[in-house]
Design a protein around this ligand. Sequence first.
Ligand SMILES: NC(=O)c1ccc[n+]([C@@H]2O[C@H](COP(=O)([O-])OP(=O)(O)OC[C@H]3O[C@@H](n4cnc5c(N)ncnc54)[C@H](OP(=O)(O)O)[C@@H]3O)[C@@H](O)[C@H]2O)c1
Length: 349
Amino acid sequence: MSEEEGRTYKALLCERLGDPQEQLGRPHSALRVARLPAPPLTHPNSVRIRVAAAALNFADALQLQGQYQEKPKLPFVPGSECSGTVVEVGRDVRTLKVGDKVCAVTQGGAFGEEAVARENLVVKLPPNCDVEAAAGLPVAYGTAYLALRDRADLRPGQTILVLGAAGGVGLAAVQLAKCMGARVIAVARGFNKMQALREAGVDEVIDMQHHKPEQLKGLLRHSAPQGVDVVFDPVGGALLSESLKCVRWGARILIIGFASGSIPKLPANILLVKNLAVHGIYWGSYQQHNPRVFRKSLEEVARLFGSGEVAVSVSHRFSLEQAPEAFSIMLNRQVIGKILLLPQPRSML
Ligand SMILES: NC(=O)c1ccc[n+]([C@@H]2O[C@H](COP(=O)([O-])OP(=O)(O)OC[C@H]3O[C@@H](n4cnc5c(N)ncnc54)[C@H](OP(=O)(O)O)[C@@H]3O)[C@@H](O)[C@H]2O)c1
């Protein structure tokens, strides 16, 4: 047996679908911490990363419960993004070398001490940036960048309404929209989120804690009397339906996700009368259908991160063993920005 074949690493393992908030190893738990054989390089174009941090996504929680569009074969190590140091490169890798600090999209497997990713899904981080926080960059910022730049064509001076604005992808959209010169109206719930959004530089905050979705139009009466140019929606449900009453002629609606658990039906008459463009955005699918645009979104967000124009707001940090707590915070709407899982002591990095 070679040294590589005998080596093991620690990771979160999903052997059966279940509740990711349930304590590890309990009957209804989806997860346990396991020692597994080190993941092989899957392709001559792949690299092995020693993981500094992996970031949680809402999609991970859905996937562990069998409710996500991508359903990996059991057992699997979940996790779709991480940051860390390249420790091995495949023979055809040209742009990365051992020792590079990177963040990456992993197509599963990020919640462990090591992860393997294809070269085209890995970006080198600029020097002196926060490698740990960069774990939360690819999915949220890549999605928001592609949606705002390539689909909505957001312009300086235009007004954007961001729903679920303090969540991972929402806060990314807020920061990127400000970078693009837009006026940002942020919708979220609760005092702490309002404060974080003001600190992120939004122009108006709307706290829905004590309001019904039907009140959204009234709440926007003064801040956007003519209606908004773009709606960015990771929430779905009644809030999206109500936001259609708050847009101006020719607005763009960006459908990002359904964190509320409810998929609304959009009234075609309003789309027609207001000449609205509705964009469904599935960032991950660009890997296959438009890899150039996908790659550009990754490189651009890494550049903006390196120059300090965007900063990943880290809501909480947990060990792999604390994953149920991490998922509970996310599913109970307590996240501001991104939650990180740190698979190994910092002294090892
Ligand atoms: N299309 C894509 O390519 C893509 C990429 C990334 C994410 N997404 C999707 O976008 C959505 C948000 O992802 P995320 O990572 O930003 O999640 P997140 O950090 O948990 O944020 C979700 C936000 O939605 C709001 N929300 C409303 N109802 C909720 C409920 N019942 N449960 C939980 N949150 C609720 C919460 O804000 P308030 O409490 O302030 O209302 C929360 O801040 C998910 O559906 C995800 O799958 C899609």
